[in-house]
Design a protein around this ligand. Sequence first.
Ligand code: ZN
Length: 214
Amino acid sequence: MIRETFPVGPLQCNCTILGDETTREAIVVDPGDNIPGILRRLAQHGLTLKQIIVTHAHIDHVGGAVSLKRATGAPILLNQNDLPLLAMMNMQADWLGIATPEVATPDQSAEDGLKVGLPGLTAEVLHTPGHTEGSVCLHFAPQKLLLAGDTLFAGSIGRTDLPGGNSQKILRSLHDRLLVLPDETHVVPGHGIETTIGVERESNPYLQPGFRLD
Ligand SMILES: [Zn+2]
């Protein structure tokens, strides 16, 4: 497996390229910005992009998806529960004081249980509402890898005070969908440093028994 994770854009969203060394096919998760940089990395590895998967429709994660699709022809997957956020791209751009990126209806909804990725590098979509209603995580079970979007961070969890956020739902998603994964699962969050399910289970203050968000 080829994996490159690197921050893009003003909010430093973690964009991830996953590639199959044999078939030279790839997926890109959360191409929020810097599409020239993503295309350069794909070319450096000789990878052909097959799928663009967006963990949720915040501008810093989805902002470059349409231009990456235009450059490669790869389809965009985004959970349909985030379509209202996609329709608010002007407002999201205003919050950050940046230009509004082009958006388009996703080619397919990233539904819970959907298998995505490549033949030898397949993830199950885990619908984990809370940060946004359509937030998803991608679980590559054989690779013991979780791309967590903005649901789980090293030592923290996603904010729930933006439109579509819900603190009860994110805690339920974290406990019911993520903490059930094996401790050794490597976690790539949507921002910041990487971690594991075991480390977060042990030390993340938001995941301790009895923790409540009001
Ligand atoms: Zn977000």
